[in-house]
Design a protein. Structure first.
Length: 295
């Protein structure tokens, strides 16, 4: 049974025996009512796919891929096959928490999502990993690289697609997508055409609409979204953030940032900040937008 949280056991009353009886009684009552009870976020078991090279190796210098917000691992299937053909290395694609087939769990911020990925790497005995993340997945990948819990030798290369380690509110389009998805569920739609009609005022691009609607479970009547909209909506402020300040942490390994030429997520204002975190970084630009860079 998977549990999204592990509860910290409350302190023994013997630890406060030296307090006067009135204070001891007050503390005991507080413990009994749960006032001081805290919970520590626990990593979830991420669902994944893996493609093996010809030699059958599933451990040697793997490429691990993290999708963006509203994405899932299956968005990367065709690219994963191309990477496998060109690199001849195992390719792992993960569903991050609250996406795809991975568990739904609070909280949903970059530290705990990085903990999920680190737990995955340890559980599968992966080392010398090349970690690739797009958008939200790129921030998760950066948080993994900067984490004090990163084991020595775990990470060989970091590739970040069209996102920077900056702190700013998410673009309003993302909140609009959540609003549209909630509206689709409220309208109890029973066809993709109806869902497209509800979503169209929020997103004019049909390709992006089709991408967002990959989260729609069409086996239910009426249609429902597989992703937990309530958790994602409450996490939008966290997803605009980043767990570290410039100068607080850095990762010296080989790091590639890929910028979409038609996107502003990597720009002249946040490139200096990015270099503070990743001094051995290089930057490449592709003729693409934010969604066109990766899935």
């Amino acid at each position: 049974m998977r549990l999204p949280f592990a509860f910290v056991s409350r302190s023994s009353q013997s630890q406060v025996f030296h307090l006067c009886s009135s204070r001891r009684a007050l503390l005991t009552a507080a413990f009994d009512t749960g006032f001081f009870r805290t919970s520590a976020p626990h990593p979830v078991e991420l669902d994944y796919d893996v493609l093996y090279p010809r030699d059958g190796s599933n451990k040697e210098r793997p490429l691990v891929i993290l999708h963006g917000l509203f994405g899932m691992r299956r968005n990367w299937l065709s690219l994963s096959k191309a990477f496998l053909r060109d690199l001849q290395r195992p390719i792992y694609t993960l569903d991050l928490r609250n996406h795809g087939l991975s568990p739904h769990a609070r909280p949903m911020h970059y530290e705990i999502m990085a903990t999920d990925v680190l737990h995955f790497l340890r559980s599968h005995s992966l080392s010398n990993v090349s970690l690739l993340g797009h958008s939200m997945g790129g921030k998760v990948a950066m948080a993994v690289a900067l984490s004090p819990e990163l084991p020595t030798g775990a990470l060989e290369h970091l590739i970040v697609a069209d996102i920077a380690p900056s702190r700013a509110a998410l673009s309003t389009e993302f909140q609009g997508y959540v609003d549209a998805m909630n509206k689709i569920e409220r309208h109890k739609v029973n066809s993709r055409r109806e869902a497209q009609e509800v979503l169209a005022p929020y997103e004019p691009d049909p390709v992006t609409r089709a991408f967002l609607l990959t989260n729609l479970d069409t086996t239910s009547q009426p249609f429902k979204f597989r992703i937990p909209l309530d958790i994602i909506e409450s996490s939008v402020p966290d997803l605009g953030g980043f767990p570290y300040q410039p100068g607080e942490r850095s990762w010296p390994g080989n790091t590639l940032f890929v910028k979409g030429a038609k996107s502003k997520y990597i720009n002249k204002n946040n490139i200096p900040i990015t270099k503070e975190f990743f001094p051995n970084m290089s930057l490449e630009t592709l003729d693409a937008g934010h969604w066109g860079t990766c899935g």
